[in-house]
Design a protein around this ligand. Structure first.
Ligand SMILES: Cc1cc2nc3c(=O)[nH]c(=O)nc-3n(C[C@H](O)[C@H](O)[C@H](O)COP(=O)(O)OP(=O)(O)OC[C@H]3O[C@@H](n4cnc5c(N)ncnc54)[C@H](O)[C@@H]3O)c2cc1C
Length: 369
C-alpha cells in the first residue's frame, strides 16, 4: 500500500490505521501545518489492507448510525460540575457512571507543556483533567490499542472525542465482540485547529507576558455560559503574573479566520444527525428561545441518543442529571455542524504562505483585526 489517503482532505488523522497495522509499518507524521498523517514504510507493509478497511473516510457509511437520534436538553444536578464543565456537564455524568462500575475513561488532556492529547483515566483526578474543551486537534497515539487491552481485561470503557475520532475507533473495532462494553461519545464539532499554530500561540503568549504558561482555559464560565460571551472567556496564566490574562486572539484565529483548521474539516463526513457514536454531546444553544425554563447561565447541554447503547448510557446517568426530550429541529436550527461542514476560507493558502514566509508574529500583528 502506497498511502492510506490520496488527498489531505481525505484524512482526518484519527490514527485508526496506525493502531491497526499488524507490522507497525505506519507512523503518524506531522505535515508543514502540524497535522498528523499516516506514513507507510513500504519495506514493512504486507499489503493486508487493514488500514484502508478501518478508515472512517474510505468506509461507505463512515461507521454512522442509521437511527435518527432522539434529542434531549440536559444539565448536571451539581452546580460545581456545571461550573467546571464547558456545557451542561454531560461528560462528567457519563464518565462518573463508567468509573463507578470500575471502568476506564478516555478523553482529552494537556501534557506538561500544554500539548493536547488523548489520555486514559481510571480515577476522578485523572478524569477531571479531561474536562473543558481544548480547541486543538488531539494526538491519539496508541489509544485505540490501549482501549483494546482494557476491553480484553473485561473493563467497561468510555471514549470521548471528535466525530471523526469516534468513527476511527468504530472502524478499528468494526463488529468485534470485544466492543460490547465500549461506549462511544462524540461532540458536535465545529472543526479542529492545528497543533502547530497552538504551539506558536503558546510561545507568543509567553514572550508577550513573560514566564511559562501555567493555566489555560479555552472557554471558562467567568462571565457566563452564552454563545455571545464565549469569545471573551479564553483565559491564560503565566508564572510572571498572578492574575489570569484574557485573550481573544486564539478565538479569532480559530472561529474568526478559520484558516488554522484541518483540511479534512471542510469535507467533513460527520456533519450529520446520523452519528458515528452511541451518544453525542454539545452546547444547547438557543435553549432560551425554545424552552426558557431550561436556560441556565452556568451551562446547558444538548444530547443526541443515537442507538441502544446510548439509551443505556442515559439510564446510567439519569440519577445525576435533569433531562427532557426536545424536537430534533431545534438542534438543526442552531448547530451548523449537524448539516454542513465548515467552509474552506478563500485565504487559507495565502495564510499558510504568509506564515511560512513571515512567521507567526506577522500573522498576529497583521491578520487579526
Ligand atoms: C474542537 C471542538 C469543537 C466543538 N464544536 C462544538 C460545536 O460546534 N457546537 C457545540 O455545541 N459544541 C461544540 N463542542 C463541544 C462542547 O464545547 C463541549 O465540549 C461539549 O458540550 C461537552 O461539554 P460538557 O459540559 O459535557 O463536558 P466537559 O467537561 O467540558 O468535557 C469536555 C469533553 O470534551 C472532550 N474534548 C476536549 N477537548 C477535545 C479535543 N480537542 N478533541 C476531542 N475531544 C475533546 C473531552 O475528552 C471531554 O469528553 C466542541 C468541542 C471541541 C473540543
Amino acid at each position: 500500500m502506497k498511502s492510506v489517503y490520496l488527498r489531505k482532505e481525505e484524512c482526518c488523522g484519527c490514527s485508526a490505521c496506525f493502531n491497526i497495522c499488524p507490522t507497525d509499518a505506519i507512523t503518524m507524521e506531522p505535515d508543514e501545518e502540524g497535522f498528523l498523517y499516516p506514513l507507510i514504510n513500504q519495506e514493512e507493509c504486507i499489503d493486508c489492507r487493514k488500514c484502508v478497511n478501518c478508515c472512517p473516510i474510505l468506509n461507505e457509511n463512515n461507521f454512522k448510525e442509521e437511527r435518527v437520534p432522539d434529542l434531549y436538553v440536559s444539565k448536571h444536578k451539581s452546580k460545581e460540575v456545571l461550573l467546571s464543565s464547558t456545557s451542561g456537564g454531560m461528560f462528567a455524568a457519563l464518565s462518573d457512571a463508567i468509573l463507578r462500575q470500575g471502568g476506564v475513561v478516555y478523553g482529552v488532556d494537556f501534557d506538561d507543556e500544554f500539548k493536547v492529547l488523548h489520555k486514559r483515566a481510571e480515577n476522578l483526578e485523572q478524569r477531571d483533567r479531561m474536562k473543558f474543551s481544548k480547541y486543538v486537534q488531539s494526538n491519539l497515539t496508541d489509544i485505540f490499542t490501549q482501549i483494546k487491552e482494557d476491553l480484553i481485561d473485561g473493563k467497561s470503557v468510555l471514549f470521548t472525542g471528535t466525530p471523526c475520532q469516534t468513527a476511527g475507533l468504530r472502524g478499528y473495532f468494526k463488529n468485534s465482540r470485544l466492543a460490547e462494553k465500549l461506549y462511544v461519545c462524540d461532540l458536535i464539532c465545529h472543526s479542529i485547529p492545528s497543533p502547530l499554530i497552538w504551539e506558536e500561540f503558546k510561545k507568543y503568549l509567553e514572550k508577550e507576558n513573560g514566564g511559562k504558561l501555567t493555566n489555560i482555559q479555552f472557554r471558562s464560565k467567568i462571565i457566563d455560559w452564552t454563545r455571545e460571551n464565549s469569545n471573551k472567556t479564553f483565559m491564560f496564566k503565566t508564572t510572571a503574573k498572578d492574575e489570569y490574562i484574557f485573550d481573544e486572539r486564539y478565538y479569532k484565529l480559530f472561529f474568526g479566520l478559520k484558516t488554522i483548521v484541518r483540511p479534512s474539516c471542510s469535507e467533513c463526513r460527520f456533519t450529520d444527525v446520523h452519528r458515528a457514536s452511541d451518544i453525542t454531546i454539545a452546547d444547547y444553544w438557543g435553549i432560551e428561545k425554545y424552552a426558557p425554563e431550561w436556560m441556565d447561565l452556568k451551562g446547558v447541554s444538548l444530547m443526541l441518543i443515537n442507538n441502544e447503547k446510548g439509551d443505556k448510557l442515559l439510564d446510567m446517568i439519569g440519577q445525576d442529571i435533569y433531562f427532557e426530550k426536545r424536537p430534533l429541529q431545534e438542534a438543526l436550527n442552531e448547530q451548523q455542524r449537524l448539516s454542513r461542514p465548515v467552509e474552506r476560507p478563500a485565504n487559507r493558502d495565502e495564510f499558510w504562505k504568509i506564515y511560512k514566509e513571515k512567521g507567526f508574529e506577522y500573522i498576529m500583528e497583521n491578520m487579526l483585526e
